[in-house]
Write a protein of this length. Structure first.
Length: 314
């Protein structure tokens, strides 16, 4: 395959899956599939390109895979943590963005406020990729559905169940499902449902794709017949002081073998990681043969390389 022949994405930045069209997702998956199969021999499509990685929060997978991804593609990355940049505090987001545009070829940002990533993109002359905000985690959602496509062949018309907090990861999964015609059921405790803006956006996307989007509070109902069961931490980064309170509220939402038995026969389990064994998922489930969490973690690398390549190449 000649990567150069793949047309550009319809966007200049990757902030939300809701900004993408189905063809964009297909392009990302085609490039990721090729880069995965040809890791050692693929052309260095981003030779001499420089990526700034600005992280206000902790990370293992996102940080390592973007850095290694740049190296694989012949470029390099510079990591800046919160203390160094203090986006919007030491200097305005606009000025950070304008400076970066003079030195670098792309930015990945992991921030608390979603607005910070949007503002970086607004003032940037180089592509900005959302590496997670309190609202969305698009690189994760794209990867999860890539893994699902590898396992199932196609996600259209299949059933996806998300059990737990209606958080950033959940929001990007709802977008990904709605864009690709996958049915999604989300079970969350009252008061922890996904944001209604995301659900309404997804309902509009679903009119074209045929997805069914259901929000409920009963985990068994959400999981019934599902091809994939997904969960994430009960307290996200920035919510550490709510950990105890949430542990009690969310305990009926733990994904265990009994809950998995309600899913389809060949159902898989996914989690974005990091996971808390014994909290949102039992060891029995996450360490089972039907758990694809490490295949999914590997795919973060391939998907992000595809995103970087499609946004940053000449
Ligand atoms: N899933 C994920 O984004 O992992 P990190 O927080 O370790 O980057
Ligand atoms: N919802 C989690 C995802 C971590 C990858 C968080 O924001 O902490």
């Amino acid at each position: 395959m000649n990567l150069e022949e793949i047309q550009a994405l319809s966007v200049s930045h990757l902030i939300s899956i809701a900004d993408l069209c189905l063809e964009d997702v297909q392009k990302i998956y085609t490039v990721a599939e090729y880069l995965k199969a040809n890791r050692a021999t693929a052309p260095k499509g981003l030779a001499d390109k420089r990526l700034a990685m600005m992280f206000e929060k902790e990370s293992l997978r996102t940080r390592v895979t973007f850095d290694v991804g740049m190296q694989d593609l012949g470029g390099s990355a510079v990591y800046l943590d919160y203390q160094e940049v203090r986006l919007g505090a030491r200097e305005s987001i606009k000025d950070v963005s304008r400076n970066m545009s003079r030195w670098m070829h792309g930015i990945v940002a992991r921030t608390y406020r979603h607005r910070t990533v949007q503002d970086l993109a607004k003032h940037s002359e180089i592509p900005v990729v959302n590496g997670l905000t309190d609202y969305l985690h698009p690189c994760q959602g794209l990867t999860d559905f890539f893994t699902l496509t590898e396992v199932l062949g196609s996600v259209k018309g299949r059933r996806f169940a998300y059990v737990g907090d209606g958080n950033n990861t959940c929001h990007s999964l709802i977008h990904a499902a709605a864009l690709q015609g996958c049915h999604i059921s989300v079970a969350s405790p009252e008061g922890y449902e996904p944001n209604s803006r995301v659900v309404n956006q997804a309902m509009r996307m679903a009119q074209e794709s045929g997805s069914e989007i259901r929000i409920m509070d009963n985990p068994r109902e959400a999981v019934a017949g599902a091809d994939c069961v997904y969960t994430d931490v009960w307290a996200s980064m920035g919510q550490e002081d709510e950990t105890e309170e949430r542990a009690e509220i969310f305990s009926p939402y733990r994904v265990d073998a009994a809950l998995m038995s309600k899913a389809a026969n060949e159902a898989i389990f996914l989690h974005c990681l990091p996971a808390h064994r014994g909290a949102e998922v039992t060891s029995e489930v996450i360490d089972s043969p039907y758990s694809k969490v490490y295949q999914n973690a590997e795919n973060r690398l391939h998907i992000q390389k595809a995103i970087l390549y499609l946004l940053m190449r000449d």
